[in-house]
Design a protein around this ligand. Structure first.
Ligand SMILES: *[C@@H]1O[C@H](CO)[C@@H](O)[C@H](O)[C@H]1NC(C)=O
Ligand SMILES: *[C@@H]1O[C@H](CO)[C@@H](O)[C@H](O)[C@H]1NC(C)=O
Ligand SMILES: *[C@@H]1O[C@H](CO)[C@@H](O)[C@H](O)[C@H]1NC(C)=O
Ligand SMILES: *[C@@H]1O[C@H](CO)[C@@H](O)[C@H](O)[C@H]1NC(C)=O
Ligand SMILES: *[C@@H]1O[C@H](CO)[C@@H](O)[C@H](O)[C@H]1NC(C)=O
Ligand SMILES: *[C@@H]1O[C@H](CO)[C@@H](O)[C@H](O)[C@H]1NC(C)=O
Ligand SMILES: *[C@@H]1O[C@H](CO)[C@@H](O)[C@H](O)[C@H]1NC(C)=O
Ligand SMILES: *[C@@H]1O[C@H](CO)[C@@H](O)[C@H](O)[C@H]1NC(C)=O
Ligand SMILES: *[C@@H]1O[C@H](CO)[C@@H](O)[C@H](O)[C@H]1NC(C)=O
Length: 300
């Protein structure tokens, strides 16, 4: 028994080493280069021919515009092709960029669904797809990106529900899915991610209510915008526990009941918009604002 006890960790270690080296040998900088060439080949509009001219196999992928590499091992760790007027589908080879930490494709016209191979990008910390034309469901495998700090899927054509994929996203600071066509309830797990600073779901068709404990676990939240949806029920009185809140926008929904007096205790608040709901009551603000701070306060 004693021997087994001693040998087990060693065997475990050998197995870990084996699987780690297998994983390393399957993708390398050459794979990264072919993945990016596959992406380039999918791009149907490159109005300024930035990639067509610059992403040349004659020079190292690490010298390509928008590409950042690590030195040891030499791998692509960041891809920023934002705001380049690009249009196209994302090819499955994107999933071979397994060392990617940052992906910024914002402000282009990429379209179609995110391929399932994308799920292999487990080290992603930043995923910015803002302002494209992606469609289909928000993929549940985003929940596998445990390092994710920044997720912006706003201003696309995503449909379906917000999947309840949040239990392991304990580093997420920004989560924005503004201006898509999402429906269904807001998954309540979101309100348990205590790292969240920004939640923005403006301009969808989300319905149902906000949980009473909404702000019990969100000590860092400073931006909560849920305007232009179909949310109902009352505004949770736990709102004052989101004590860092600077922007609170719940307008153009179907909220009812009294405006919780706790809103008056939010000392950091600079913008409050509750208009176009069926709320009652008024807000007593017990603070003096700095002259450069703007308070927009709208009720019915
Ligand atoms: C990457 O791996 C392939 C085999 O999988 C190998 O042929 C190639 O030389 C490797 N490239 C580098 C730069 O190590
Ligand atoms: C691509 O762009 C980078 C950064 O602007 C530049 O250093 C590099 O020389 C360019 N490569 C080609 C082949 O144009
Ligand atoms: C790349 O190399 C090929 C020959 O190997 C050459 O014909 C081509 O002009 C080169 N392209 C660039 C962008 O330098
Ligand atoms: C992505 O790029 C855009 C435009 O180039 C920039 O404004 C934005 O801050 C970038 N996103 C991240 C997360 O750095
Ligand atoms: C890269 O991805 C494609 C599509 O997912 C796959 O067929 C290919 O085998 C992968 N690996 C390499 C080394 O290119
Ligand atoms: C967005 O993509 C859809 C197909 O998914 C296409 O019909 C539509 O024209 C695209 N919109 C723009 C602005 O490119
Ligand atoms: C969260 O991580 C744990 C441990 O890695 C795993 O068992 C669980 O399935 C994960 N949950 C989700 C929703 O990804
Ligand atoms: C949120 O966390 C609390 C404990 O802090 C737990 O009781 C509750 O079930 C969690 N809610 C969800 C939806 O995960
Ligand atoms: C909120 O709307 C849902 C339908 O989306 C309905 O089932 C529920 O009763 C409503 N709740 C309140 C408090 O009005």
């Amino acid at each position: 028994m004693k021997n087994i006890h001693y040998y087990f960790p060693l065997i475990h270690l050998v197995l870990c080493f084996l699987s780690a080296s297998l994983a390393i040998s399957t993708t390398n900088i050459t794979t990264d280069q072919s993945a990016l060439l596959a992406l380039r080949a999918q791009i149907s509009a490159d109005s300024n021919e930035i990639l067509a001219k610059n992403w040349s196999s004659n020079c190292s992928v690490c010298d390509w515009i928008g590409v950042t590499c690590n030195s040891r091992p030499r791998r692509v760790i960041a891809l920023d092709i934002s705001n380049m007027g690009l249009s196209g589908l994302i090819p499955p080879q994107i999933g071979n960029l397994t060392s990617l930490v940052l992906l910024n494709m914002s402000k282009n016209n990429f379209y179609g669904e995110l391929p399932s191979e994308f799920a292999q990008l487990r080290g992603l910390q930043v995923l910015d797809l803002f302002k494209n034309n992606f469609s289909g469901d928000i993929p549940p495998w985003i929940g596998l990106f445990h390092e994710l700090q920044y997720l912006d899927l706003s201003t696309n054509g995503f449909t379906g529900i917000i999947p309840p994929f949040f239990s392991n996203l304990s580093n997420l600071g920004l989560f924005a899915v503004e201006y898509n066509s999402l429906h269904g309830n807001i998954p309540q797990e979101i309100f348990n991610i205590s790292s969240l600073v920004t939640i923005s779901f403006v301009g969808n068709s989300l319905s149902g209510g906000l949980p009473d404990y909404m702000c019990n676990n969100l000590p860092r939240l400073n931006w909560l915008t849920l305007s232009l949806n179909k949310l109902n029920g009352s505004i949770p009185s736990s709102i004052n526990q989101c004590s860092q809140l600077q922007v609170l926008s719940l307008s153009d929904n179907q909220f009812t009941g009294l405006i919780p007096k706790e809103i008056g205790n939010l000392k950091a608040l600079v913008k409050l918009n509750l208009g176009r709901n069926s709320l009652e009551g008024k807000i007593l603000i017990l603070k003096t604002f700095n002259s450069h701070q703007l308070l927009k306060c709208c009720s019915n």
